[in-house]
Design a protein around this ligand. Structure first.
Ligand code: SF4
Ligand code: SF4
Ligand code: SF4
Length: 351
């Protein structure tokens, strides 16, 4: 079933910019994906999707101008339809009198760096879809913590939460710090099936996350859930029981890593004894700190197991709703923050 109004696309570019405020961890994580793998996607191993040309600075054989060529073409509205992937948070380039926060390549006419914001401004109007890879690109993440000088934000705050591509596709956010590998490649695969005319529009929640990946809490799929129910709580790391008292935020965090594992079904934070610090959530990291403290409300949960039910669930929903909101200083919902909407200087090929 194809999405209404979308023509099937035989070939598509993936233009991946890691030059947000980024540690490049999402690209590195993606190389561990298995369902599907990056190789499956780019080598034609999956039937029914368009031919995919991936342009990611870490994985490309080309460099310099040769690497940037498809980006310049796309910015000029030429070349194949493309999915723009942004990794890293988007800085506010207007909050200082000189200098820049983030860039990719150099403008040959001015000799100046081409800022990441400029690339987004130029590419977004031509993109078939835009995907935010990781929590930084989705909601600001680590770099948008209180007191940061860059005033950075996620893509929906930058382009507008109601932004849609020409093909009618909203921004797709795949949070995680880094993103769980298969969550990212599976989302990409879904979009490729949409592009090929074989899937309906992608289902997203109000934080623009794919609903089938982020619809449940970590706790709901955690292997340690039985210990929680029996009120068996670890007092130190290395214990096999529930680690809520060590700081696990799983009961209110929307993440599938407990069920899915990390690579090929193996690993994943609580499965290997790591507390959940809420890295997929819009409120991360500020609303989850300090990480190593017992989350507020967990004592109530553990002491009230016998009466566990509607009251606890209501309290959890309240916490979850708060964690699903960005901190006030970076919440620009309804206030589009694009640096130069519609009128950026042309991006010319660098040398
Ligand atoms: Fe790095 Fe995490 Fe930001 Fe991804 S979301 S760029 S892994 S800090
Ligand atoms: Fe829930 Fe965390 Fe305990 Fe797992 S370890 S059962 S997610 S509180
Ligand atoms: Fe992040 Fe928690 Fe999921 Fe681990 S379990 S990936 S810390 S949200």
């Amino acid at each position: 079933m194809s999405s209404p109004g979308l023509e099937p696309i035989p070939e598509i570019d993936i233009l991946w910019i890691t030059a947000g405020l980024s540690c490049d961890g999402d690209t590195i994580a993606m190389t561990g994906a298995t369902q599907p793998s990056v190789e499956d996607i780019v080598l034609g191993g999956l039937p029914g999707i368009p031919k995919v040309n991936l342009h990611n600075p870490f994985l490309a054989r080309e460099n310099g101008d040769e690497f940037l060529k498809p980006f310049y073409q796309a910015a000029d509205g030429q070349g194949s339809p493309f999915i723009l992937v942004i990794e890293g948070s988007i800085p506010n380039e207007n909050n200082k009198s000189e200098g820049y926060w983030a860039s990719l390549g150099t403008d040959d006419k001015t000799g100046q760096p081409i800022t990441t914001c400029e690339w987004i401004d130029r590419l977004a109007p031509h993109a078939w879809a835009i995907v935010a890879a990781g929590t930084c690109a989705a909601y600001g993440g680590i770099h948008a913590m209180a007191g940061n000088p860059t005033d950075c934000m996620g893509l929906p705050d930058y382009l507008g939460w109601d932004w849609k591509s020409r093909a009618g596709v909203p921004i797709v956010c795949v949070p995680g710090c880094p993103v769980q590998p298969d969550n990212f490649t599976e989302t990409l695969l879904y979009l490729l099936y949409v592009a090929a005319g074989h899937a309906p529009k992608i289902p997203l929640d109000d934080q623009l996350r794919p609903t089938w990946l982020f619809g449940s809490t970590l706790h709901e799929g955690c292997d340690r859930g039985g210990y929680y129910e029996q009120a068996q709580f670890a007092e130190q790391y290395g214990d096999r029981t529930c680690i809520v008292k060590l700081g696990c935020w799983g009961p209110v965090v929307q993440c599938n890593v407990g069920k899915r594992g990390w690579m090929a079904g193996i690993g994943g934070c609580p499965n290997v004894g790591g507390i959940c610090i809420g890295c997929t959530m819009p409120g991360f990291p500020d609303k989850f700190m300090p990480f190593m403290n017992q989350p507020p409300g967990s004592l109530l949960s553990s002491n009230a197991i016998a009466s566990y039910g509607a009251t606890i669930r209501a309290l959890r929903r309240f916490s979850q709703s708060s964690m699903n909101k960005e901190p006030a200083w970076r919440n620009r919902r309804g206030k589009q923050a694009t640096q130069s909407p519609g009128s950026p200087p042309p991006v010319s090929e660098g040398h």
